[in-house]
Design a protein around this ligand. Structure first.
Ligand code: ZN
Length: 219
């Protein structure tokens, strides 16, 4: 195993553990992956993050869907695979069943532009991908459709999903989706949510394309 692969395996594990520390993961329901070579490295199914070793992380070939390694990949590996196929710019994908994002997803309630940070997901809303049985290709395709024009989505009766150029960015967006969901639920308790006009959200989305980037980062 090359150093770069070992490093990425460690980063996948660290990101999964960070999901626990950030309070967005429940037991073993979340999963994390990073694009690597012609496929991706993903957390295995059924092993607590604290016990994960680099060798437990599973390599999945994007073209064949074949998994390589002593462990079985996360049951949602197809959701990750379809995200990478749909979004060539995605370097990492993270999924969880965090409380508020899942609550909205269960009620099939997309998050509208009540706050400008909704644009962090790439548009003026965060949509809900229609329900499909967990671990199926049908769910993977439904999620991928929702990710065509967004970097994150909710999954009906299930949870949330986010992608990013790096593991840190995918995790940060997943955490932000949960934060926005919590704020949106709170706002709704105060009355009808007030929505930012579409032209202003278009401006914010554009601003987000360059937001927080240092000059050396061109992408
Ligand atoms: Zn799930």
């Amino acid at each position: 195993m090359q150093d770069s692969e070992l490093e990425l395996r460690r980063a996948v594990i660290e990101t999964a553990r960070e999901m626990n520390r950030r309070g967005i993961n429940v037991n073993k329901s979340g999963n994390v992956s990073a694009r690597f070579g012609a496929g991706f490295l993903i957390t295995p199914t059924g092993i607590p993050y604290e016990r994960l070793e680099p060798a437990d992380v599973v390599y999945v070939d994007l073209e064949t869907g074949a998994a390589h390694g002593p462990r079985l990949p996360s049951s949602e590996w197809e959701m990750h695979a379809e995200a990478y196929r749909t979004r060539p710019d995605a370097g990492a994908v993270a999924h969880c069943h965090s409380c508020f994002a899942t609550a909205l997803a269960c009620q099939n309630m997309p998050i509208p532009a009540f706050h400008y940070m909704v644009a962090a997901a790439g548009g003026d809303s965060i949509e809900v991908a229609p329900y499909e049985t967990f671990g199926t290709r049908a769910l993977a395709l439904a999620a991928a459709r929702a990710l065509e024009k967004r970097n994150a989505c909710l999954l009906e009766h299930h949870g949330s999903l986010a992608l990013g150029a790096t593991l840190d960015k995918a995790l940060a967006l997943l955490v932000e989706v949960e934060n926005l969901a919590r704020q949106y639920v709170t706002v709704r308790s105060l009355g009808e949510p007030r929505i930012i006009p579409a032209d202003e959200m278009a401006r914010v989305v554009e601003k987000f394309r360059t937001y927080g980037r240092q000059p050396e980062e061109k992408k």
